[in-house]
Design a protein around this ligand. Structure first.
Ligand SMILES: [Zn+2]
Ligand SMILES: [Zn+2]
Length: 262
């Protein structure tokens, strides 16, 4: 789609910059790990993930939406509905698919080996929102392709969804302080940093809660919602208890981690 790459890049760098500045002005927690190593790993992963997905997949979700529209594939290309309604429906359904996918990545052992890298960050900040193993990103793109083929969403809905997913992922990993009263309202419509931070707790029952990225409703509907960490946002430990040694969390170690014995 014309201008799509510019929109994506503008939102990526725009949200990264705004949240990074916010983290300096109003941090939520004191960070403990080396920011240089974490930021290098997390931001290099964005470039690696993008390159791998683009070189491995013959078509991306937006391209698939355009192709489905031309060929009349997918539910929304068959039924008559106003375009705005199709866009809203597609974004909501795609978000539910990503929620389910996240649950699956936690509970299927082979997928957890890929996803746990996201959870090995010993601090959580804006860059953690981009910390995903390339193989997880390829599988996720495959699931999105299947969902797009089945749903048949307008291409603009797929662009909006993907831009929103990256923007909210960076926002809700932010180490930013939001007044409690505002957070209470905000988390009725979007996953907030305080809500997603619970998901990065070392306590397994907290790790296995709050799977949503964009919309907070799926966790509430499916019984996986946990409002606050037991030990509080400043008392909780971030990460996984099996991966506490920062020297094993360099970029090369992270990339081979799913295939290591541990
Ligand atoms: Zn997770
Ligand atoms: Zn996360």
């Amino acid at each position: 789609m014309p201008g799509e790459q510019i929109i994506r890049l503008a939102f990526f760098f725009g949200v990264l910059a705004v949240v990074a500045v916010w983290e300096v002005i109003a941090p939520r927690r004191i960070l403990t790990d080396s920011k240089g190593r974490r930021w290098f790993a997390n931001l290099t992963l964005v470039a690696i993930d993008t390159a791998v997905v683009r070189s491995l997949l013959p078509v991306l979700p937006v391209g698939m939406a355009l192709m489905s529209q031309e060929r009349g594939w997918g539910i929304l290309n068959i039924i008559m509905l106003p375009t705005w309604f199709k866009i809203v429906m597609a974004v909501v359904v795609l978000d539910f698919v990503i929620y389910l996918q996240h649950v699956l990545f936690h509970f299927l052992p082979a997928l957890w080996r890929l996803h746990r890298m996201h959870h090995t960050d010993l601090d959580i900040d804006v860059t953690t929102g981009n910390r995903f193993h390339p193989v997880e990103i390829v599988i996720s793109a495959g699931i999105k392709l299947a969902a797009v083929t089945l749903i048949g969403p307008p291409a603009v809905a797929v662009v909006a969804f993907e831009v929103a997913l990256n923007a909210t992922s960076q926002f809700n990993h932010g180490n930013i302080r939001i007044p409690e009263a505002l957070d209470r309202w905000l988390r009725l419509v979007v996953v907030t940093p305080d809500m997603h931070r619970v998901h990065h707790s070392v306590i397994p029952r907290e790790t296995n809660s709050n799977f949503g990225f964009n919309l907070p409703w799926w966790d509430r509907l499916c019984g996986t919602y946990r409002s606050q960490p037991e030990l509080g946002h400043n008392g909780m430990s971030i990460g996984l208890k099996e991966f506490r040694d920062p020297t094993t969390l360099t970029l090369p170690s992270l990339l081979i981690q799913p295939f290591a014995r541990k």
